[in-house]
Design a protein. Structure first.
Length: 277
């Protein structure tokens, strides 16, 4: 499959010969429209926004949601400590209450107008982005990977549950130019629980057990994707982080030979061209 960015060929994915890659290809072909809006441009290049931009987007999303609900459903302090992890945990809980689970959305998210649905998604994206910059304030976020996010403005994108055998494809290293399934859940993975200092019993804990449209393209090699702190957290909670059925590693579906991303901006637009055999 060929991807263009800003009208220029950017990369082609050569899929691996296994069932997950085949199912992903079939899923994309089943939902592909070809109108230039298959990809969620804003969220694909979200990490190119400045921290100030994301703060403003978060505050706007909260204001719009509260105005629509005619109540202060989401409370933001007048003086915001943007390095307060507890604030982000509280905001994510609000997102979970508004959105529900992937296969069990709330009645509210079903009937809300599209602009409010987008505000709720913005809330989630902004929270994770600002959490990220707690660790990497001066870092170019695209050093590590590029997420390709499928549009959520049409019917809900389907997903396919991984079989037990397909879980064996998870790996715990990252290879440059390899393409991986993205996180296809609404909730927090084990890694998120550790990073966000949440209890193991957190009710919205969900690891990755599904094939969805969203993918990640790696730009760096990592011998081990898990930090020592997470490994210690797993030990404290009697979890084997290398147990593939947990769904916390990376599941590769293909690779790209070359990728041209030098011209990317926060306003870039991506397009997928499905080449059916």
């Amino acid at each position: 499959m060929l991807y263009e960015i800003d009208g220029k060929p950017a990369f082609r994915i050569d899929l691996y010969d296994h069932t997950v890659a085949s199912k992903w290809k079939n899923l994309i072909e089943s939902i592909y429209v070809g109108d230039g809006e298959d990809i969620d441009h804003m969220r694909t290049f979200f990490n190119l926004r400045t921290r100030a931009d994301i703060k403003d987007m978060l505050l706007d999303a909260v204001k719009n949601i509260n105005t629509f609900l005619k109540t202060e459903f989401i409370k933001i302090p007048k003086q915001v400590d943007w390095n307060d992890q507890e604030l982000y945990n509280t905001l994510h809980i609000a997102f979970e209450k508004l959105s529900g689970e992937f296969d069990n959305p709330t009645k509210f998210i079903k009937i809300a107008p599209m602009h409010i649905k987008e505000n709720i998604r913005d809330l989630n994206f902004c929270v994770h982005a600002l959490e990220h910059t707690l660790e990497h304030v001066d870092r170019n976020w695209l050093v590590d990977s590029l997420p390709i996010q499928w549009t959520k403005k049409r019917e809900e994108t389907p997903r396919i549950k991984l079989t037990d055998k397909e879980h064996e494809l998870f790996q715990f290293n990252q290879t440059k130019n390899e393409v991986y399934l993205a996180y296809n859940e609404l909730g927090k993975s084990y890694v998120d629980l550790w990073k966000d200092d949440l209890p193991f019993e957190y009710t919205a804990t969900k690891n990755n057990h599904y094939i969805g449209a969203d993918i990640l393209i790696a730009f760096t090699n990592k011998e081990n994707i898990f930090e020592q702190g997470f490994i210690d957290w797993c030990k404290d909670n009697s979890i084997d982080p290398l147990k593939k059925e947990h769904g916390i590693g990376l599941l590769p579906i293909g690779k790209v030979e070359t990728i041209n991303i030098e011209h990317l901006t926060k306003d870039s637009k991506a397009n997928i061209i499905v080449e059916r055999n």
